[in-house]
Design a protein around this ligand. Sequence first.
Ligand code: UDP
Length: 349
Amino acid sequence: MIDLHQRVLITGGAGFIGSHLAETLLQSGYPVTIIDDLSTGKFENIEHLVHYPHFRFTIDTINNEIVMDRLASECDIIFHLAAAVGVMLIVEKPVHTIKTNIMGTEAVLKAAMRYRAKVLIASTSEVYGKGNRVPFQEDDDVVIGPTSRNRWAYAASKMVDEFLALAYHHEKGLPVVIFRLFNTVGARQTGQYGMVIPRFVQQALRNEPLTVYGDGKQSRCFLHVSDAVQAIIALANCREAVGKVFNVGATEEVSIQRLAELVLELVEEKRSKGQLPKFPLGDNDRKIVNIPYEKAYAVGFEDLARRVPNTDRINQYTGWEPKHNLNETLNDIIDFLAEKQHVENSPAG
Ligand code: UDP
């Protein structure tokens, strides 16, 4: 385990994954500080953590050098999760994406270097680009699309982050570990930025048709957020992981069409058992609709046919493997979003 006296800093700690990581580390007794500018993170994600005596949070950007310097001086390990994420955001705000991801990571590495803090860098499966050799392995060659397509700005910016982190390790001896997150799902995730599972669940709960883009044959593997958190902590604890890149993802592959059917089945099942609050709208005949890509995304968007990780490396280094299967993962997010919707729809909500 990480030494319990180690002080932890999480950048992007009010985000979906960052807030789960903060919670797990606080529960294990670590002093945790987070920094988040609340651009996509939310205070409500961390509100339930404020009672921990060893929890501190700073609302600021990681590009504030004075603040980052102070926070780095007060910690031993940094989990760097602050980034511009989500396909919609990237397509809409490419300047913001590129600047946030590249300059932000450099600011974190520079500050860590001054105090020799270990840095765990969050990267993404997007760096595999259009890769069609599935499952994706950490050392695979990659092909990304042209610079005229905004979508690839995200992959390219995260690749630069990885290069930079590895350069700090090789050239300056900074201990860094990179983890590439594949599709991750769980409580506190919303469909706001286009992620498919919260969108499908919200649609099913409101009796709206589920919007499958394209023919629905494209596939993904969805990891429960608590498994992602365990993977990140396992990597932080693994001395041999330093200077290396790891995939973090589930290996159970599902087509998006089947995913939509599964969400409907699970919601129906919970409804029939009376486990879901009633939603006042009537039944909808068309349970699933197929939306052509041209309507779903901006012109020129290219969807990935399959996104599947090879997780042998993390398994060999740390013994990590996911504990939740797809049904459990879906049931958890259905419960979370049903409760949220119930609160929002209740007279006092
Ligand atoms: N998707 C869909 N309907 C939606 C949102 C997404 O069919 O309402 C599809 C999307 O085109 C992609 C898959 O679901 O093929 C996963 O999308 P997401 O944005 O969650 O993850 P990513 O594409 O980044 O892996």
